[in-house]
Design a protein around this ligand. Sequence first.
Ligand SMILES: *Cc1c(COP(=O)(O)O)cnc(C)c1O
Length: 521
Amino acid sequence: MNNQGRPTQPAAANMNERVTVSGSQGLNQATKLIFETGTPRRTGVDLPKPKGHASRLGAHVRQGEIGLPGLSEPETMRHYVRLSQKNYAIDLGVYPLGSCTMKHNPRLNEKVARMPGFADVHPLQPTSTVQGALELMYELSDWLMTLCNMPAVALTPKAGAHGELCGMMAIRARLDHDGASHKRRVLVPESAHGTNPATAVQCGFTVDEIPANAGGRVDMDALKAKLEGLGADSDIAGIMLTNPNTCGLFETDIIEIAELIHAAGGYFYCDGANFNALVGRVRPGDLGVDAMHINLHKTFSTPHGGGGPGSGPTVLSDALKDHAPVPYVVKTDEGFDLIEDPDDKSFGRMCAFHGQMGMYSRALTYMMSHGSDGLKQATEDAVLNANYVQASLSDVMTTAFEGTCMHEALFDDRFLKGTGVDTLDFAKAMIDEGYHPMTMYFPLVVHGAMLIEPTESESKGELDRFIRAMRSLAQRAKAGEVESFKNAPVYAPLRRLDETRAARNPVLRWSAPDETAQAAE
Ligand SMILES: *Cc1c(COP(=O)(O)O)cnc(C)c1O
């Protein structure tokens, strides 16, 4: 390994296998970093020096080199095409990453998002010139409120976690407005996504954990014990609950939970990241939810992975709607307009402009092209696919909880007991089979968790191939083929990375080789 944490030799199937001179393996081209390929002295464009422009920067004129690599056009093309071929993508194969809803991104969405009236608008344009874009936002809001049966939605949050922040800030604004600033305790089930407690703390609340019961759902006795004898004036600000929860199970007591929280004077935040299991079947507003974010990039097919861009609109109940952030779109007799200034109830503003326009256009395209019947069908197919996977694997792997699941199937590592293979090894072996691993070691309430979310996008044929590979891996682990698991992945461009070192000692800046040599002692 050099100090960039990359192997100096390309991956070979085993130690005896010949390593190629070029570093490439057949069509899998060796790729250097862009800084190693380019030099600052080269450029892919040939522009004449600007004439007659004296710099007005004075003392601020850049003194040194900017340090960007210069590449010719073919070098640039090859660099990015090679990178793209090392990347796993939903367009390449099954991507069963639980909780992430890696579904197909329909190409129609892309076509609409690229229409100049949506793609080329500037957030500071006069509203009279962007009526179509505003109408799209208004229409999207309407679909979201209808699907959730909630009276308001804040479109601007830029991801699920940002949407959580939006909902919790609305709750806090309501509490403060009511003179209930002593309400600061938020209940969070221990199976929650890490963003839930993080959001609560970020908003100045304290987190009080509720255990899960043996069935993977909220332990109602523990919840009732916490709320015992508390009136509306209690210190309870609310609860943050995911439904279906991160074990892939519907919280069957959800209505009672909402009633208990409301009786303690708290608000019900629902993490809606798993809305793909509910759309068209269940409306969160009917369950007593006060705020819920929706991951457009999960449920409504806008592309994600590798960091974004996401979009996390947050629906709000009657109790919270006046505290929604600005901006939002309104319809007037003269057309659509933007409310940009917060009144004394709104908690303010979450981002500089109006949110992720490109995600709005993709999500609304997905909704309108599916229609209400199609959305419901997608939900049902997502749940059916997950149950098909669960049922097809439950004799060779161990399901974490009894019974049917919602949109994702959760396994634990009991079936690997005594094999010497652990969840991580199993996941790495899936890479060699051509599959992105499932979500591992989450939720934390299940030992060695493997969370598989196939989504509705996969055909039965594709699922059967996936199931065959998973069954074969489970059987190989039990047959004692530990070595092959410990060596996996063999066929990936890079093999096992030192993830601990990468996290503890991230190298975020490339330095030229001579400096590197010095830096390495
Ligand atoms: C994905 C997810 C989130 C966070 O969403 P981001 O868009 O990644 O910020 C929160 N909760 C659950 C259950 C999730 O699956």
